[in-house]
Design a binder for this molecule. Structure first.
Ligand SMILES: [Zn+2]
Length: 343
């Protein structure tokens, strides 16, 4: 690997190369962006470049002893830090302080890669902040995080911030086909739903998420004709059979996102083609209502995380879709003869 071999992120690569050329390496860098877009890989390649014995074209050689050791995870001056349990704790930062008292053992720079810095406990974050007030020379700290807002503003302000971009769909598709040997249609669909993250695409592949998405799409389309009296038993079976309802909710979100994009963007092609009945229903309702349904599902996911009743949560979502999208108020779908029941 080298900087160049990391997919995408041309601006970041340019920036890091400029730093290397200038010789002014900041003592702290913050790499932010979604998971699976190469933040940690870029930090490792930067560590290689800074310590490479024969860099060329502002990139590491990838073959010298230093590059090899970093690649193998055996370089004493490249220090990865990850959470222990749920958090990155103060003891981990303290042992880093001890290390920082010494010069790098064999490289030009000690590069500390602190992954998911938003997992720092408050006291660990404060200890890190103190370290950054008087940064020792020849040490570079690379923090990674999803969103800079998840960190203490004082911590962000002490770092040079580099924002990573989502990967291109086309690249993810190619990677899935060539490296993972995924058939082209499946690769194209996975790349579409990965939203720029290779990790996400691979996870969806491993979980066979596309097949589940297809099943759920059919289920949601069937809501249009499903009588109310049958709805609850169908949803009961859904809850009994599903392996992960929260993941199913993610599929519902993707399905709604596809509907919204198809409504708003004339050149958008849905990942799975919509059936006629669904598409004409989606065209009849205002787009704002589709956004409201999307919000509704997002809230349902939050409720599930707080241990809300699964059956009631799924019922809430499906009733909202049946009502909001297919325009069926709860009572209209009662079978003939039950219409006049009053409650
Ligand atoms: Zn090298």
């Amino acid at each position: 690997m080298s900087l160049e071999s990391i997919p995408g992120q041309p601006r970041t690569k340019r920036f890091l190369r400029q730093l290397f050329r200038s010789g002014h390496i900041p003592h702290a860098l913050l790499f932010s962006g979604m998971t699976g877009i190469g933040k940690t890989a870029m930090a490792l390649e930067l560590a290689k470049l800074l310590n490479c014995r024969a860099p060329r074209d502002l990139d590491c050689c990838d073959v010298c002893p230093s590059c090899r050791k970093i690649h193998a995870g055996r370089h004493p001056d490249v220090v990865p830090i990850e959470r222990e349990g749920a958090f990155i704790k103060i003891d981990q930062i303290r042992s880093l302080q001890t290390r920082f008292r010494f010069r790098p053992f064999e490289g030009n720079y000690r590069v500390v890669i602190l992954q998911n810095a938003h997992q720092l406990t408050e006291e660990a974050a404060n200890a890190l902040l103190k370290m950054l007030e008087e940064p020792p020379k020849h040490n570079v700290l690379v923090l990674t995080t999803l969103e800079p807002q998840m960190l203490l503003p004082t911590l962000v302000s002490r770092c040079s911030h580099v924002r990573f971009q989502p990967l291109e769909e086309r690249w993810i598709e190619q990677h899935l086909m060539t490296v993972q040997e995924v058939p082209p249609l499946q690769a194209a669909r996975l790349a579409r739903v990965a939203e720029g993250s290779l990790d996400r695409a691979v996870r969806f592949l491993e979980e066979d998420r596309l097949a589940r998405w297809e099943e759920i799409s059919a289920q949601l389309e069937s809501l249009q004709t499903l009588p109310m009296l049958e709805l609850f038993s169908v949803l009961n079976q859904w809850v009994q059979k599903t392996e992960d309802l929260e993941q199913d909710m993610e599929c519902i979100k993707l399905w709604l996102r596809d509907l919204i994009c198809s409504r708003l963007l004339s050149d958008y092609h849905p990942v799975f083609p919509f059936h006629e009945g669904l598409w004409s229903a989606a065209c009849r309702v205002p787009a704002e209502r589709l956004f409201l349904l999307y919000d509704h599902v997002e809230q349902a996911v939050q409720h599930l995380r707080q241990n809300a009743n699964k059956q009631l949560t799924l019922e809430g979502v499906c009733l909202a879709i049946k009502d909001g999208l297919y325009g069926q108020s709860s009572w209209n779908s009662f079978p003939p003869g039950r219409q006049n029941l009053s409650f």
